[in-house]
Design a binder for this molecule. Structure first.
Ligand code: F6P
Length: 398
């Protein structure tokens, strides 16, 4: 079977033409019947068959990781690869495609994920772990690379610790909230996108003497807001770790106006708790609080207009931050992570995650990676505060 050829069903009873192509659409379904003939115990190190999945929200660089896992695994260790479509859902449903040289060609710079993604949590229902193990056996997988954030890697950790599945993790999320690594891939691309947006808002804000509120992603942490705010010269940065009240932001904006600065740029993370009556929208499959239907940017903008009387506009960047081509840094980082993941499998070092420490790609236990959310430390926020003059000092040139 070759990539780009007719899609053949790998699942019993599913007609070939039922297969829904994902982005790229050229992946060939894998025949699990062939694999069963070659079934080996999980964790066998020679000629391994490696599953790869991408879970949770997508982010730029996912394809670069997939490509590196496949290329390095084939070249250096003789691994074979299959992609599981749409995260853990693909494992549970044995929805697999062949990932050979042709399948990963031309995808390095492409955003999104050729495998698709979902937020399916196999442990949501009793027996989910056992069903994953059974599916891995059916698909004759020797090891599995899970590319994802806290939730996806938490599942990989449990499958390894509680069920003995040979899993390896790669840290993905634009939010950069995974401990165990200095940066997740995709983060700096999102910062770049947000910075460019802030630059554009700056000129129109100055032309009209307006307050511009820019809401960026960051459900639990303020990394994108902090770094894009610093890079874009924001006049206030509001993050979940150090939430400012609307009153305090309004005072700051008014103080700027008193100094002759008729416009202000306020960057806020979507996950900030303003302490107001934000409407809650329930919890997801992993039990995480979902965001309010009327986002915090809109709510802050309305409050600032009331409190200052200044003309105020709100821009919610949303999923624009997750789309499109990764920056050069993220392509290199993602490639390094994919390379390390292939090496971990080659070395039989399971239950571990590729990580960045300084300028070195290392690996850490999955348990460490998902133990805590990585929050913006006080000293970094205070350094940014000094730049935007949160304490009312004159800030020349802003
Ligand atoms: O987890 C990353 C993230 O980008 C969050 O910042 C954001 O709240 C979430 O994904 C949104 O994801 P979706 O709309 O795909 O559920």
């Amino acid at each position: 079977m070759r990539a780009g050829g007719p899609i053949a069903s790998g699942r019993a009873g599913r007609a070939a033409d039922e297969a829904a192509p994902l982005a790229g659409g050229q992946l060939a379904r894998t025949s699990s019947a062939d694999w069963r003939l070659r079934r080996r115990p999980l964790g066998t190190l020679e000629s391994m068959r490696v599953g790869i999945l991408t879970g949770g929200g997508d982010c730029p660089g996912l394809n670069a990781v997939i490509r590196a896992v496949v290329r390095v695994g084939r070249e250096r260790f003789g691994h074979e690869h299959v992609g599981l479509r749409r995260g853990w859902k693909g494992l549970l449903e044995q929805d697999a495609v062949t990932l050979d040289e042709a399948a990963v060609s031309g995808i390095l710079h492409v955003g999104g994920t050729i495998l698709g993604s979902s937020r399916t949590n196999p442990f949501k229902d009793p027996g989910g772990g056992e069903r994953c193990v059974e599916a891995a056996r059916e698909l004759a997988l020797d090891a599995l690379v899970a590319i994802g954030g806290e939730d996806t890697l938490g599942v990989a950790r449990r499958l390894y610790e509680e069920h003995g599945l040979a899993t390896v993790g790669v840290p993905k999320t634009i939010d950069n909230d995974l401990s165990g690594t200095d940066y997740t891939f995709g983060f700096w691309t999102a910062v770049q996108i947000a910075t460019e947006a802030i630059d554009r808002l700056h000129t129109t804000a100055a032309s009209h003497d307006r307050v511009m509120v820019v809401e960026v992603m960051g459900r639990h942490v303020g990394w994108i807001a902090l770094q894009a705010g610093v890079a874009g010269g924001a006049d206030a940065i509001v993050i979940p770790e150090r939430p400012m009240t609307a009153e305090r932001v309004a005072e700051h904006v008014k103080a700027r106006a008193a100094r002759g600065k008729g416009f202000s740029i306020v960057v806020i993370s979507e996950g900030v708790d303003l302490g107001d009556e934000g409407e809650e929208a329930g919890v997801d499959q992993f039990g995480h609080r979902q965001l309010a239907k009327v986002g915090v940017g809109e709510r802050l903008g309305a409050r600032l207009a009331d409190l200052t009387g200044f003309d105020t506009r709100v821009t919610v960047l949303g999923h624009v931050q997750r789309g499109g081509t990764p920056t050069a840094f993220d392509r290199v980082l993602a490639t390094g992570y994919g390379t390390r993941a292939a090496e971990l499998i080659g070395e039989g070092a399971f239950g571990r995650m590729a990580a960045l420490r300084g300028d070195a790609i290392v690996d850490v236990p999955l348990a460490e990676a998902v133990a805590d959310l990585k929050r913006v430390p006080d000293h970094l926020y205070e350094a940014a505060e000094a730049l935007f003059g949160a304490h009312g000092e004159a800030v020349p040139g802003t």
